[in-house]
Design a protein around this ligand. Structure first.
Ligand SMILES: Cc1ncc(COP(=O)(O)O)c(C=O)c1O
Length: 404
């Protein structure tokens, strides 16, 4: 695999920032887009912009078939049935859909929702809103200081009152890869429904949702080379059939009378209104792009980048890496003694280096580590070993400027 040729597919990576070549280490926040994705969105608007599932004219049919083809591609990529894939604006909407359509009508006082310490706010706040309205409570499974989920604690927290487990596949702060297949098996054995947040797994590894054996799996398209405003919820068919729709409107109906409405079948039952057509056509192109690279190649290449960056960062005095799980994706949260994360990120930006600083939408994790914020370097397959060397030089320089 010629990764330099692959990198050339990403036009944005050729730009400069503050007069320096851009070094983009913020892919966990959002990923950059390759030429075929940009071209697919462009072609839709230039050549066949029309609404989907409504018009019989040629443009309408072309748009509908491109939009539905994206669902086929994503379904194949994830090893699930296409009718179990609901297009959403992202993970946040996907989890909210489960919270309001599955959990809200079911949970009652005395029930519990089990979450882990390393969840993103998107897999915490919707459950709190549902808990407030149903009288259910939230339980939390803890992590070790290395950032590994304490599996014994997790399994012993799976008590009879727990009705739903929310767990992230890969932590957006620690990079920890959770053994979701075994976790979901344990949950299922106890009759607990599992919701996996796959936002940070989908860009980095081959996914076989059927093998994972969860009940719900959410992911977001913009982190996996696709356009913003795209994502998906996969759900077991029996849940989709039993769940009432979350949004009402066009496309999600079979027949509407003032006396009542007969809903369309899943997935359309959950896709009211005009969707992000261009976005999903772009996501279909992103899936093709990733499939052509091969997710196993992506994973292996990123593992090398992670090992290189970790080794070099460990040589820097005063630098602390938060999240040292043995099984990790290419996400490195770090702190430099005596420097605030925002100051570090601001000075790194002046060197052309884009990293994220802040709480990363994971306040409970920041509380666990007793820090208000971290800096986070998150890599993707389009990053290079040379960029890692440049990053280390920039880190040393910034550390010197901050006098740390
Ligand atoms: C682990 C995790 N979950 C959920 C989300 C939310 O994704 P979105 O904002 O695309 O809905 C993110 C995005 O940062 C994430 O990293």
């Amino acid at each position: 695999m010629d990764w330099n040729r692959v990198r050339a597919d990403f036009p944005l990576l050729r730009r400069e920032v503050h007069g320096k070549p851009l070094l983009y280490f913020d892919s966990a926040n959002t990923g950059q887009k390759p030429e075929p994705v940009i071209a697919a969105v462009d072609a839709y608007y230039r050549q066949y912009n029309a609404n989907v599932s409504r018009a019989v004219h040629a443009l309408g049919e072309q748009a509908t078939s491109a939009y539905e083809a994206a669902r086929d591609r994503l379904a194949r990529h994830l090893n699930v049935h296409r009718d179990e894939l609901i297009f959403t604006s992202g993970t946040t909407m996907a989890i909210n859909l489960v919270a309001y359509s599955w959990a809200l009508p079911r949970l009652k006082p005395g029930d519990a929702i089990l979450l882990t310490r390393m969840e993103h706010h998107a897999n915490i706040v919707p459950w709190q809103l549902v808990a407030q309205r149903t009288g259910a409570t939230i339980k939390v499974a803890e992590i070790t200081p290395e950032g590994v989920l304490d599996l014994d604690a997790l399994y012993s927290a799976m008590t009879p009152e727990v009705k739903l487990l929310g767990v992230t596949h890969v932590s957006n702060v620690l990079g920890t890869i959770n053994p979701v297949r075994e976790i979901c098996r344990q949950a299922r054995k106890r009759g607990i429904v599992s919701m996996v947040d796959g936002s940070q797994a989908a860009p980095h590894r081959a996914l076989d949702i059927t093998a994972i054996g969860c009940d719900f799996y959410a992911l977001t398209g913009h982190k996996m080379c696709g356009p913003t405003g795209t994502g998906t919820l996969w759900a077991r068919r029996e849940h989709l059939q039993a769940m009432p729709p979350f949004f009402g409107g066009g496309e999600m109906i079979r027949e509407v009378r003032f006396e009542g409405t007969i809903f369309n079948d899943p997935p359309h039952k959950f896709e009211a209104g005009t969707p992000n057509i261009a976005g999903f056509i772009g996501l279909g192109a992103a899936v093709d792009y990733l499939d052509a690279l091969g997710m196993a190649n992506v994973e292996a290449h990123e593992a090398e980048l992670l090992a290189h960056a970790t080794e070099e960062m460990r040589k820097l005095d005063g630098l602390r890496i938060i999240g040292t799980a043995p099984d990790k994706a290419a996400v490195i949260s770090f702190l430099v003694a005596g420097a605030h994360a925002h100051d570090l990120a601001t000075l790194l930006d002046l060197e052309g280096v884009a990293v994220r600083s802040g709480h990363h939408c994971a306040h409970p994790l920041m509380q666990f580590y007793g820090v208000p914020a971290t800096c986070r370097a998150s890599l993707a397959f389009y990053n290079t070993h040379a960029e890692i060397e440049r990053f280390i030089v920039a880190l040393r320089k910034v550390r010197g400027m901050l006098g740390t």
